[in-house]
Design a protein around this ligand. Structure first.
Ligand code: ACM
Length: 535
């Protein structure tokens, strides 16, 4: 990667002294030793923290450890979440208490250190105790994720394990590079239940992802109940790619997802994809078609054939009702209106439609997000465009995106040949697509968001963040999702959180996470480019 990488390089220099405060409970740092390039046990975290200063005695969790919290509802919830991770595997009681006490694990809010920002934290591990300090609850939650990774991998098991529960001594001071760190799941091509989505949320949270983009609608299915247009789900939600029975979320179920995501500090961004990718809508309501005839439901994987009828007043009644109901259910700031692959909508109609759809999002108090084709219309002030081009995307298209960025449109980067988790790793990968090429684990990691669109003039200040989409044309089960997300998701998450980083060092940290995924029952692809520990 080009450029200077001050934060991570600073951290890695500090890691140079192998063995300082080395943890005896260190059962998953061996890959780094195998390669002869030591990563100190305190630095084996993904995403790489901004600063790692090993030193001093390790902290050891025992049968009498308490979790001391500041007495607020949010900090208590994070303390209980941490206890929920630690209790099954350690077998320790780990009371969560607001009473003062020494030693143990402390979760503290302190406004004083402004450099930590809204999501940063400090983790101090000593022989006398382990303290997490943050300015905001989100920072404490990310500190907890770091703490998990510093304990032996067996901590992630759901039954009692025998281990020395040590955290290496030292201090980590950490905050994210980008405020937008997203994961998307396509629940339209294949439907995934609330429990399946919650499981994925937990996996995203492990790597400090803070946005859950739900691709709720597409040609193959509509997945959220809308009271004013009930056939969207009874008809449009009744199937999926491959002809399965589909499904949809009631408003209560959607709220359950939003709240669960919120408890893991992820903001849900609902996507209603328009004016293309709309066959499920058009199949549900004949009156939304220009010729008043509904097409059949669609269960294939083609794109670009459907379009809302841009000149029909009913289309805008529909858009207003849907956005109003979705906005009312969504505490987060964004509504994503898609706008990609509207190949069956003329350019003039596209511009006309996107103008009106964006206005409806604003009317209901939300911020517009769209795929980068929005740049071909007139993005409203404050709109965010999600770039999903790849190495063969034409200059004209990239210029359009750069032009919008110059006028103030912020970009979320999801380059398809880097971040599309549905893409095949190799030509042998059974699942997945490959229209943007093959995406091995190193390719998903080895790029820099700050310079990705520099050649067309996009400055780093236009980059709001990074997102890893998980499309599901070929993915139907939890295990399918996992084997495509892992091990690429942690690398994209590191691109969103950390500055800098080299594959040759990262791959050692990544290899160390295999034991964690195994402990959690997460399926992953044993890529030959990663030096996995020998069995
Ligand atoms: C997309 O992949 N059509 C955003």
């Amino acid at each position: 990667m080009p450029g200077t990488l001050p934060r991570l390089f600073g951290a890695l220099l500090l890691l140079g002294g192998a063995g300082v405060g080395c943890s005896s409970g260190d059962d998953d740092a061996s890959p780094s030793q195998n390669e002869g390039k030591p990563v100190h046990a305190l630095g084996r975290v993904i995403p790489a923290p901004a600063s790692v200063e090993p030193g001093g005695s390790p902290y050891t969790l025992t049968n009498t450890t308490a979790i001391h919290i500041d007495d607020t509802r949010e900090v208590r919830a994070i303390g209980e979440y941490l206890a929920g991770v630690l209790r099954p595997s350690t077998g320790y009681p780990l009371p969560v208490t607001a009473e003062s006490g020494t030693g143990g694990i402390a979760l503290r809010l302190s406004a004083s250190d402004e450099s930590l920002g809204d999501e940063g934290y400090r983790l101090e591990s000593t022989g006398d105790g382990l303290t997490l300090t943050a300015r905001k609850p989100a920072g404490l939650f990310y500190g907890v994720q770091t703490l998990r990774q510093l304990l032996p991998a067996a901590v992630e098991k759901s039954t009692e394990q025998s281990a020395v529960w040590e955290v290496p001594g030292g201090t980590i001071t950490d905050s994210p590079r980008y405020s937008y760190r997203g994961g998307m799941i396509d629940v339209a091509r294949h439907f995934f239940t609330v429990d399946q989505v919650k499981r994925y949320i937990d996996q995203l949270a492990l790597y400090k992802i803070n946005k859950l983009h739900l691709h709720l609608t597409d040609d193959q299915g509509w997945r959220l109940a809308i009271d004013s247009w009930p056939k969207l789900t009874t008809v449009g939600g009744s199937t999926e790619t491959g002809g399965g029975e589909g499904g949809f979320y009631t408003k209560g179920q959607y709220t359950e997802i939003v709240e669960y995501a919120g408890s893991r500090f992820l903001e849900v961004i609902p996507e209603i994809d328009m004016p293309g990718h709309t066959n499920a809508i058009l199949a549900s309501y004949a009156e939304l078609n220009c010729k008043d005839t509904a097409p059949p439901l669609y269960t294939g994987i083609d794109v670009g054939f459907s379009s809302l009828c841009v000149d029909k007043p009913a289309t805008y009644d529909f858009v207003d009702d849907v956005i109003r109901e979705v906005a009312a259910l969504t505490p987060g700031k964004y509504i994503h209106i898609g706008g990609d692959e509207a190949d069956n909508t003329s350019h003039d109609d596209y511009v006309k439609f996107m103008d009106r759809a964006q206005a409806v999002v604003l009317k209901y108090g939300k911020t517009v997000m769209g795929w980068h084709q929005l740049a071909g219309a007139e993005p409203v002030a404050g709109a965010v465009a999600q770039y999903w081009g790849y190495d063969r995307t034409e200059a004209a298209e990239r210029d359009l995106v750069a032009g919008a960025a110059k006028k103030g449109t912020l970009l979320v980067l999801s380059p398809a040949d880097r971040t599309y988790l549905d893409h095949k790793y190799t030509s042998e990968t059974g699942l997945g697509l490959q229209w943007a090429g093959l995406v091995e684990v190193d390719r998903a990691y080895d790029w820099d968001p700050a310079t990705y669109l520099k050649d067309v003039g996009v400055e780093e200040g236009s980059v709001l963040g990074v997102e890893a989409p998980l499309w599901t044309e070929t993915l139907a089960t939890t295990s399918d999702l996992e084997v495509m997300a892992f091990p690429r998701l942690p690398g994209v998450a590191e691109r969103a959180w950390s500055t800098g980083g080299e594959w040759d060092e990262y791959k050692l940290r990544l290899a160390g996470h295999a034991a964690r995924w195994e402990a959690m029952g997460i399926k992953f692809y044993k890529s030959p480019v990663v030096p996995w520990p020998k069995p």
